[in-house]
Design a binder for this molecule. Structure first.
Ligand SMILES: [Zn+2]
Ligand SMILES: [Zn+2]
Length: 873
């Protein structure tokens, strides 16, 4: 059985990598950190049915990549046999999360390991059943009895599912996915290949698990030398193997006599070490046989340990307990590699490399992110530790690697595991020479344009306007739903460094690492500390799944500053607001309750706008607000649009498209009958109201006070005089945002939307408008269908709003850039606007508002170097 281990560290500074154990075709994934999905192809990960996930703890560090991955699997009609194991609270967390992700959680079965392992697994109550069949999952949507029980009580939900599918399970294959089936008498996970022993190493404040993986003892192979000495004729070998013995010249030869010496079964330890308490607990753990015996041998330990704990006396004791042949793998990115061969790898990621080449041309607009990545250092003496210096007694048995995956390959058990570096994708992303000549040519054009009156006037105007408030705008993520190598999910940072004012607009998964790449560690911490407001425009996962990690890292940044004695920050200094729609309240609740304490102040768009829950009821009961009343014939055509996520049967396509968006009203057109459509809307409304009533305040006076506090905060901390949240045309509860600084500067951001008149009105005279431009002009119909805008629709809105500058963002992965070439059917006026005022965003594009006038030209230049499809890279 081919077994190998893949350790995926997608980012510098990542403390908890994703660890994939491949045993034959079976995959076991230990933790799943941010951007797992984004770099899946890059890391050559092929997901299959029946994956088992194991979480060491519940934290943004360990599971931020899991949720988008669950959604992706669901949309490919996979994940039906997947099981998710972890600390005790795991089950309650997902039970609560189902109210947000509802149907997408249904295939999965969850089980929280007991702190005191039970003698009999039948008594186990800490689990959730999953359903093994897509049609049944969609059927449950219309099952009132189920959805009523579902949100209240996991035992009821389990019992109901069991009753409902018991009969089908008897007739056909198993309709239920049950994580308990894999739990053995000892309370450990066990299948034909491995046994996974959960070890609680810390359970006071936070449940932390280590995992000991025990492999099967391999059958011994025949030893050629021994075989030779017996001189057995080839034709008798079959008989020999079958009967385990043979008679040759009147002498009995037993099979054992020609076999290799038996090897002990191998074990792998995955140790997520948060504190010294964890070390003390694991030293005393009886499940681990530290000394090699005939039966077992710990061949590798993966250490996820902060350096100050690595340096402790207890850690030395812990390491010394192992056999000298045990391999120690340190996945702490602050440890210097010492034992890995230096050849055959490149130092940085391709997207970092590419951005870097661009940075050399336009250092101001693309700060050198590689410098931050390559010379990743901290002032702290703890960092960049040589392993040999740290553990002289473990010399030659330790490995650390930062920034890329390691594959440990063992062709057969019993053989030492040889670390090999995985081969990088060697395709060239950019031809530097071609790029340089192209860039230089465009630079010449730029200089020429700078002499034009149009340019000079605009430049003078914007410099004048930004005299008192001149923030930098950083594009941290510019992709539509599916991130690509070059574009991460949506996030924009508006940052005034000298005033210590930071505002983040949307925060897709992986935003923290984009920030880290952009600024480097030390500055990133400062930026985080100065971040005062995060706006999450709507409840689509590509716009909000990164916020918990940002908030978590922000708390850490204050802690670090405090530890280093830099400054004491008051509670007021640490205060941050999150502005969000009601629909995100349950998700915030789950994160705050199970992952990390958020300690943020919340302001809901609807509360701010003076809506109440009844408005929401009414919203769901009236006809969906569509700017495109679609005709029957058009409907048919729309159904034929290929959905990039799905390749299965049409029925699944239909169902998945509507469930892929958290708010299903978008794909209303997919329903066969009015009745079905109504059913769906009622279902959505019911779920939403049920969720929200748990989280929202209904006291109007209190809400009024919240609004006043928020306004005051904006004025004092950010110099914002007025802020508006405008309902836009996308999914229910989607908003655009417009704010005006006391200096008069006005900035507007559309979020995701069809062209929206109300937004244009509120954004009138914006100094900068950031608008989504998901599609090129030739995909207008698709834009209508998916409730997004084309680049030209966005431009029309900007012109209508008399915006001074427009940046287009949120690009579909169907194309790597927007086509903004001159169109003869456009008016001269419009073409001029496009030329001087419109730019398209790229990840890590940065500019100071006063210098915007050069951005359209630089953006054009940079994008001209991109092929049309990301796949061409
Ligand atoms: Zn989006
Ligand atoms: Zn969206």
């Amino acid at each position: 059985m081919k077994t190998y281990l893949q350790i995926i560290i997608n980012h510098v500074g990542e403390q908890t990598p994703t660890i994939i154990l491949h045993v034959g075709s079976q995959k076991y994934i230990f933790n799943c950190s941010e951007n797992f999905m984004r770099f899946q192809k890059f890391n050559k990960i092929k997901l299959v049915q029946g994956i088992c996930f194991f979480l060491t703890r519940l934290s943004s560090e360990t599971l931020d990549g899991l949720i988008p991955n669950m959604t992706l699997l669901f949309c490919n009609a996979m994940g039906l046999q997947d099981k998710i194991y972890g600390p005790q609270k795991l089950v309650n967390m997902f039970q609560d999360m189902k109210s947000k992700f509802y149907i997408k959680c249904l295939p999965y079965s969850f089980l929280g390991f007991e702190t005191n392992k039970l003698e009999n697994n039948k008594q186990m109550s800490n689990f959730l059943l999953g359903i093994n069949d897509m049609a049944s999952i969609f059927g449950l949507k219309y099952d009132d009895q189920f959805s009523n029980n579902f949100f209240q009580d996991k035992q009821k939900a389990n019992a109901y599912l069991y009753e409902k599918f018991k009969q089908q399970s008897l007739n056909k294959n198993n309709f239920l996915n049950d994580a308990r089936q894999m739990i053995n008498e000892q309370g450990n996970y066990q299948d034909a290949e491995i046994e996974v022993v959960p070890i609680y190493v810390q359970s006071k404040s936070e449940d932390v698990l280590a995992y000991l993986i025990k492999f099967q003892k391999q059958e011994c192979k025949m030893n050629k030398e021994k075989l030779k000495s017996f001189n057995i004729p080839g034709k008798m070998m079959k008989e020999f193997q079958q009967n385990k013995q043979i008679e040759l010249d009147g002498k009995i030869i037993k099979l054992q006599e020609v076999l290799e010496d038996p090897q002990p079964a191998q074990q792998l330890l995955i140790f997520d070490c948060l504190s010294e308490e964890c070390v003390k607990n694991i030293i005393n753990c009886e499940d681990i046989s530290y000394t090699t015996t005939q039966d077992s041998f710990v061949y590798a330990v993966i250490h996820m340990t902060p350096i100050h704990i690595l340096k402790s006396h207890h850690y030395e004791l812990f390491l010394k307990k192992f056999d000298v042949n045990t391999l120690h793998i340190f996945v702490n990115s602050h440890i210097k590699e010492t034992q890995i061969p230096q050849n055959n790898h490149s130092d940085t990621f391709l997207h970092v490399q590419a951005t870097n080449i661009i940075a050399e041309q336009f250092p101001e607009n693309f700060p050198k992110i590689s410098e931050n990545t390559k010379n990743y250092k901290s002032e702290s003496e703890f960092y960049e530790i040589e392993l040999n210096q740290l553990f002289p007694y473990l010399k030659n048995k330790t490995i650390s690697k930062k920034n890329y995956q390691l594959i440990f390959n063992s062709k057969q058990a019993g053989q030492a595991y040889q670390p090999i570096l995985s081969q990088k994708n060697t395709k060239k992303y950019f031809l530097t020479e071609e790029f340089q000549s192209e860039a230089e040519k465009l630079k010449v054009d730029l200089v020429q344009e700078m002499k034009s009156n149009e340019f000079i006037l605009f430049d003078a105007q914007i410099r004048q306007n930004t005299k008192n408030y001149d923030p930098h705008i950083y594009f941290l993520g510019t992709s539509c739903m599916t991130p690509t190598i070059f574009r991460n999910n949506s996030s924009i940072l508006i940052y005034e460094q000298s005033l210590k004012q930071g505002i983040m607009l949307d925060c897709g998964e992986g935003t923290y690492y984009q920030l880290l790449n952009q600024f480097g560690e030390a500055e990133c911490q400062e930026v985080l500390r100065n971040l005062k407001l995060i706006v999450l425009t709507h409840a689509h996962s590509d716009h909000y799944l990164g916020f918990q990690s940002i908030v978590y890292q922000r708390h850490k940044a204050f802690q670090t500053a405090f530890n280093e004695g830099k400054k004491f920050f008051t509670e007021e200094d640490q205060l941050m607001y999150i502005a969000l729609p009601w629909s995100l309240a349950p998700w915030y609740g789950v994160v705050d309750c199970y992952m990390e304490k958020m300690n943020c102040k919340l302001i809901y768009f609807q509360d701010y706008n003076g809506q109440n829950l009844n408005d929401l009821f009414n919203q769901y009961n009236k006809k969906p607000c569509c700017d495109n009343q679609v005709q029957e014939t058009e409907l048919k055509e729309q159904k034929q649009f290929p959905n990039e996520m799905i390749s299965k049967e049409e029925e699944i396509i239909k169902e998945n498209q509507e469930s892929f968006n958290e708010d299903q009203n978008i794909q209303d057109e997919n329903y066969n009958s009015d009745e079905e459509r109504e059913d769906n809307r009622r279902f959505n409304a019911k779920i939403r109201i049920m969720q929200l009533s748990n989280y929202l305040k209904s006291d109007q006076t209190e809400i009024h006070q919240l609004k006043q506090d928020f306004n005051q905060f904006l004025l004092v901390s950010l110099g914002i005089q007025e802020i508006k949240f405008i309902p836009v045309i996308h999914c229910p509860q989607a908003f655009g945002i417009v704010f005006q600084h006391t200096s008069g500067i006005k900035i507007s951001y559309s979020g995701d939307t069809r062209p929206c008149i109300e937004f244009a009105q509120a954004a009138e005279d914006s100094d900068l408008m950031i608008h989504e431009g998901t599609f090129n002009q030739n995909m207008q119909e698709h834009a209508k269908y998916a409730k997004h805008s084309t680049a030209f629709e966005a431009i029309d809105i900007a012109i209508q709003a008399k915006a001074k500058a427009l940046v287009l963002t949120h690009l579909s992965k169907r194309h790597s850039k927007l086509d903004l070439g001159d169109f003869s059917d456009q008016s001269i006026e419009k073409n001029r606007f496009i030329k001087y005022r419109v730019s398209q965003a790229l990840d890590h594009l940065a500019f100071q508002l006063s210098k915007y006038s050069t951005v359209p030209f630089i953006s054009k230049c940079v994008h001209s170097l991109f092929p049309n499809q990301d796949d061409e890279y």
